[in-house]
Design a binder for this molecule. Structure first.
Ligand code: SF4
Ligand code: MG
Length: 334
């Protein structure tokens, strides 16, 4: 894992109806090749904003994004262009992300051309197109190349979107709820494909989801986001088996049964309506710990002082575990 992008202290503050929206605050996140990092949170927590920030689709107001230790600053510069090739995004809705008037061949050829990977001859191009479809297990490739999006199932379309992202030969995939709009019966297949690609292509994957059960199944590392801030992180097994932050516990209690893997990422099971209370407005987030209005453990200092990350003992191997919660301050009663 010599090469990895590092992002720290990112902040996004954009205006909506002339009010500042503190969508993401103090994001510190490192993605590593060969690993899936899950970013879990309710809708409105800012997790899609994280993907758009990292994809350079939104401007950031402070902080930096690094790739291989190098800060990416100038828009349009050489490093920026390299970053935009190396960091590819997969969107939630495979229906909206493919142009209905174009074939699979068109979408994939375009991706290869943009990144100068279309080959010198038409035979080379044809071979590269076939390889992309084989990578996403659409076989035989000839059956899919000249199809239009409407001739494919949702799962096949998402596979084409993944193939298109792979056309750039990326190091990082940003996958924003990649299976939540798919039929429950095919979600596992797409997650398993992504996991297989992670291993074979040594990709770093950011898996954005509202479903902590699928994070446990699919991700090596899990980060939990609440109201624009990361509140807990660590290896997925530890975070899901021994959640420390009261918000993570709430998410797990209201999550579907983790053994029901046929239901991973089911939006009907989203905890947002069941978790007791609403996520706060990002226009005027609560002071101190942003979770304090909903927290059953809240102490006086919780509403005034922002809790830093407290390191927690790790049970399994080399992983890490931390929670931004005053309960874990030295000497605090658990
Ligand atoms: Fe609850 Fe306080 Fe911990 Fe926030 S810092 S989660 S309010 S105990
Ligand atoms: Mg979203």
């Amino acid at each position: 894992t010599k090469h990895f992008p590092v992002r720290r202290g990112l902040r996004s503050l954009f205006t909506r109806e002339r009010k500042a929206v503190h969508a993401v605050d103090d994001l510190r996140l490192t993605l590593r090749r060969g690993r899936v990092t899950a970013l879990v949170g309710e809708s409105g927590s800012g997790k899609s904003t994280v993907a758009r920030l990292l994809a350079q689709l939104y401007p950031r107001t402070s902080g930096d994004i690094r790739l291989h230790g190098e800060t990416i600053t100038v828009h349009g510069g050489r490093k920026f262009r390299a970053y935009c090739r190396q960091v590819q995004m997969i969107f939630q809705d495979p229906f909206a992300s493919l142009n209905p008037v174009h074939t699979v061949r068109y979408h994939l050829t375009r991706a290869l051309k943009i990144h100068g990977r279309d080959g010198k001859t038409s035979a080379e191009l044809e071979d590269n197109l076939r390889q992309l479809l084989l990578r996403v297990q659409l076989t035989p490739p000839e059956r899919y190349l000249d199809k239009f999006p409407h001739e494919l199932s949702g799962g096949q379309r998402q596979r084409v979107s993944i193939a298109r992202a792979l056309g750039a030969d990326p190091e990082v995939l940003l996958a924003d709820e990649p299976v939540s709009m798919l039929d429950v019966s095919i979600r596992l297949g797409v997650l398993n494909l992504l996991r297989d690609l992670k291993e074979r292509l040594n990709l770093a994957i950011l898996y954005i989801t509202h479903d902590i059960a699928s994070a446990r199944y699919f991700a090596d590392e899990t980060m939990v986001m609440y109201a624009g801030r990361l509140v807990e992180g660590g290896d997925s097994e530890t975070v899901t088996q021994q959640p420390a932050h009261p918000y993570t516990r709430l998410l797990i209690e209201s999550a579907p049964d983790p053994d029901r893997l046929d239901r991973v990422g089911d939006p009907k099971d989203a905890p947002e309506d069941e978790a007791g209370g609403e996520p706060p407005s990002l226009i005027a987030p609560p002071t101190g710990c942003r979770f304090h209005p909903r927290c059953i453990h809240a102490m006086p200092k919780c509403s005034t002082e922002l809790p830093p990350r407290f390191e927690l003992p790790v049970i399994s191997g080399e992983g890490e575990h931390w929670a931004a919660c005053w309960l874990y301050e030295e000497g605090a009663a658990k």
